[in-house]
Design a protein around this ligand. Sequence first.
Ligand code: MN
Length: 244
Amino acid sequence: MESIERRKFIGLTLTAAGAIALGSIGGLPLDSFAGEPSDNENGINAFMFSQDPLPYAYNALEPSIDAMTMEIHYSKHHATYIKNVNEAITAEKLNYKNAADFFANASRVSAKARNNAGGAWNHNFFWASMKPSPSTLPSGKLKTAIDGAFGSVDVFKAEFAKAALAQFGSGWAWLISANGKLKIVTTANQDNPLMDNSSVKGTPLLAIDVWEHAYYLKYQNKRADYITAFWNVVNWEQVAKRLG
Ligand code: MN
């Protein structure tokens, strides 16, 4: 404690000395060099990512997704993406208006910023894509759009599952709306279809996380079983809302 106080005192003394020296040379006000940094150290109101509250309990998606997986996934993996992206935003002095603006510039930021921004946003989107059983089925405008694009809800589910299963290594499968048409796409790592460097861009409607951390505790190597169970907990009302 004493040494921390002492270091702080020395630090302040040096800062003050530096400020006075610079101030006397440049004629700048002393408080340009002193004082606390602003909230995010980037100047005014730079967008930072935040972790949405989980909309249900860790065990609410049992038995499709187990409580231990949910707890580790949310409180460790997701929380770390949030922490890391905000660190990168501060370090790189990124100043974007919101997540959409950030992703529209994804190719201009560091790998750390891009990967963790994807991890931050994708998981908020993923949690909200699910709800405790009993699940419903697509209806109304969403069902019409799915039928139009894929032939039927069952065909859509089969094609989405196939894409999710075929994603090599870590990544995501998405249902997106692009130019008024629904499409299934996959992204590697934490990329998403909002990123300017994504090969297929569009508005995400539904996503499944196929990183092993999303299913390995319960399903081990059986990703297909996890994907099958995912349909029990899809929040179709939320998907319909996203379609608008
Ligand atoms: Mn994940």
